[in-house]
Design a protein around this ligand. Sequence first.
Ligand code: NAD
Length: 509
Amino acid sequence: MVDPMNLTETPTSAPALRIDNPATGEHVGTVPVSSPADVGAAADRARAAQPAWEGLGIRQRRRVLARFHDLLFERQGEILDTVQRESGKTRREALGELLAIAGTARYYLAHGEGYLASESHAGASPFITGARVVYRPHGVVGFITPWNYPFILSIGDALPALLAGNAVVIKPSELTPLSAELARTLLVDSGLAEDLVQLVHGYGAVGATLIEHVDYISFTGSVATGRKVAMAAAGRLIPSSLELGGKNPMIVLEGASLDDAVSGLMSGAFYNTGQTCIAVERVYVQSSIFDRFADLARRRTEELEIGWSLDWDIDVGSLISREHSDKVMGHIDDAVTRGATVLTGGERRPDLGPTFVAPTLLTGVEDSMELSCEETFGPVVALYPVADAEEAVARANDTAYGLNASVWTGDKRTSQALAQRIEAGSVGINSTLLIYATYDVPMGGVKQSGIGRRHGRPGIRRFTRSQSIVDSVAKGGGYEGILTRITSQSRADKLARAFKLMRHIPGLR
Ligand code: NAD
């Protein structure tokens, strides 16, 4: 029999998830795996608690979010240690997670109420009809999240969902459940009822079970899993959003400051050890400046401090697991075997541990190599010389993905024009990862990088269903009654004349 969810590939019998620091092997925690009955019970409790939360109104709900925001800073040390210990990332990157969550909370504290306020609209006919749109929560929203930003991604999208009046059930990655546990504790310590924010743990099967119980599913992860989640959501006819992977291009043309562009590349490609959905993985540099760019990029890459510590002295941390380092090295080895050239890196760092791969720059990457089109999700970048902007845009768009891109030209108008020719949900001018911290604009993918948007107005509206309330004067059976009163040609002509005139009344829609 066909297994459309392809769940047989994931272990389901493990009683607990054992979490070890990927950088050091130190054991850092254990969480129980949720059974299907546990998942159903969590959703039931969430469903029972949700109406009272919705009934509180958004002003009361904001208070919890405000306390949560402040608690982030009071418990900063604990948060950073937890995130670092289960992911192997650097102190700065863990701080980045905290700041992003605080930024999201602040943004929706400031704008959430306005985005969810009911709106008055034109009725079917002036004077005798009216219309309002109200935004009501779905009920129980499920989140299935990945490991690369275990704090941001497990709770960041849940904040607007909660503010909108939903209860949430979160299935964090099986590799990083501890940051999600801490985020939940902080929300409960901020005054949120325990049943309104629940966690279920385990492998893919637990995520699949969660989809069966919720009213909306928000998924962040790989394209392959996103496709399965979309099919499961379609089967239940529940709405969903999918934040998926990328193979994000960077374009550098004559006129750009090479120093600035290389700095952008260092953070765009190597932040979070390249394990960022919006990370730069392909760089198209105009031929006339290619050698200088590549040489500077190589020197700056070789200056990066690699390792892991709870201090602030490391630039590039560990990959998430031995298995993931095998995948990253597989991409590098395949490219090298087929003729690519390593400018720097290209190897493991066994002196640091089995999960460390040196930041790597490659040239001569051809279409036939895995690295050229598949998401590597590691500290690996391919540099390509291009003749001009035309070739850069064509090659940037030659991908199944469309998440993020970056443009460096030295001229604002040129960059703006170029940005609009790139098929990606977001484009940074003189920046690579800026989109994530720009909470006022929607963020998401096109093509296979996803469906739906986080942040901005859509980032909270998606957790609601609009309800249109139309009203009419009751006289004669309401607006619809008008037609029942047409009993002669002269009455029909009178009505037609009135309707025709409406086009000339200013302000009428
Ligand atoms: P993944 O797709 O392997 O897993 C993501 C989550 O889905 C995990 O919690 C996993 O247990 C769960 N899952 C697995 N199979 C499932 C199934 N059949 N049904 C329901 N849930 C299932 O992804 P990952 O390796 O954890 O994360 C890395 C990927 O996430 C990369 O592709 C990266 O680009 C992407 N990502 C995207 C964004 C974005 O905002 N666009 C952000 C971060 C990461």
